[in-house]
Write a protein that binds this ligand. Structure first.
Ligand code: NAP
Length: 331
């Protein structure tokens, strides 16, 4: 006899824990499959490598990313959420109950699923970049999250990238920085015209064309960048007090294979202002379905939406009117 879960939530960032909190309080007895540590990324998502979070409401003195995640997890567990540190390797959404197979080979059956696996910022892949990003040494992949922090204020900052994200990050960082170097590897921006024009017109932003970052300099704190001209090969050092890497994101959807409809950029496609996906009973929340806002608070908001939608859907399917704690189905 294999137990069929009412609701399995895949992920462990703000979207996942908020979904779990709402689902647990609705007595759906949710199971969270949190993932496993992988290189720079830990279960808990992007916030696990964020030192200070100053823009999550309710924390007037700020909170560290890992502490915020621990508090969210504890709050969800207080109402009965069960969490397992396991990675989902593949899913089968072609029939009900849905099947999820973990990396360890366990099969989990679920009446409904919330996919909240987030998106990882792309990094340049330089050793000091990763180290300083983890230690809060002035390297970040999100200016909107971090540029207002004291360590970035009134400093000369650099933003790497030539797409809309880089324009947005540079414009945002310019509010706090004394100057922003926008470093792009080509002599033409990929960004939309309106975003590019806005960045180029900003008096604090200077574009360094045809430049690749070869090394991040500094020990406790970033002090500069070693650049290489992509046309001439010439090397030069640039003094900066902070670096924002804005070269795109990768949504964590690989394990879904072709089971859910995705957007052209690989994010889970949901209905407008809803978290329902192309498969009935499967919902998506947080950065895995949002390539626009990408904030902890918006992820938490969509986690709440997904849990409410899942609860209503399950109730329509006859689950959840009364507390359903355990149901045994034939395998
Ligand atoms: P993107 O459009 O893929 O741009 C990534 C940029 O990073 C490109 O300029 C690319 O250079 C550069 N890059 C990639 N790998 C690099 C590397 N290893 N070293 C140096 N540079 C590297 O990604 P995005 O800017 O995150 O945008 C993703 C999508 O979200 C787009 O559709 C965008 O329009 C949308 N978006 C919209 C807004 C907005 O409208 N407000 C804001 C953010 C994002 P190359 O150009 O040479 O390839």
């Amino acid at each position: 006899m294999t137990k069929t879960e009412n609701l399995v939530i895949i992920g462990s960032g703000p979207a996942a824990w908020t979904a779990a909190l709402y689902a647990a309080r609705a007595e759906l007895n949710p199971l969270v499959l949190e993932g496993e540590p992988q290189g720079i990324m830990l279960p808990g998502g992007q916030l696990m490598i964020t030192t200070e979070v100053e823009n999550y409401p309710g924390f007037p003195d700020g909170v560290t990313g890992p502490e915020l995640m621990q508090k969210m997890k504890s709050q969800a567990e207080r109402f009965g959420t069960r969490a397992r540190m396991e990675m989902v390797d593949r899913v089968d959404f072609s029939g009900r109950p849905f099947t999820l197979v973990t990396r360890g080979g366990d099969e989990v059956r679920a009446r409904s699923v919330i996919v909240a696996t987030g998106a990882n910022a792309k990094w340049l892949g330089l050793p000091n970049e990763e180290r300083l990003a983890q230690s809060g040494g002035g390297v970040s992949a999100c200016a909107v999250c971090d540029a207002a922090l004291p360590i970035f204020r009134n400093r000369v900052l650099a933003v790497v990238g030539g797409g809309d994200s880089a324009m947005e990050e540079a414009i945002y960082a310019s509010k706090f920085a004394s100057k922003v170097y926008l470093i792009h590897r080509r002599n033409e921006l990929r960004a939309s015209r309106i975003m590019a024009e806005r960045a180029l017109a900003n008096p604090k932003i200077e574009v360094l064309w045809n430049k690749a970052v070869k090394e991040v300099l500094g020990y406790d704190q970033i002090t500069g960048l070693r650049l290489e001209d992509t046309v001439t090969g010439e090397r030069s050092d640039l003094e900066v007090g902070g670096l924002f890497v804005a070269i795109g994101h990768t949504p964590n959807t690989q394990f879904l294979e072709d089971q859910l409809e995705l957007t052209p950029h690989g994010y889970v496609k949901t209905r407008s202002w809803r978290t329902a996906t192309s498969v009935e009973g499967v919902f998506a929340a947080g950065d895995v379905m949002d390539d626009y806002y990408r904030q902890a608070v918006t992820a938490a908001g969509t986690g709440c939406m997904a849990a409410l939608e899942a609860e209503r859907w399950l109730s329509h399917e006859g689950v959840g009117e009364s507390p359903v704690l355990e149901t045994a189905d034939a395998p």
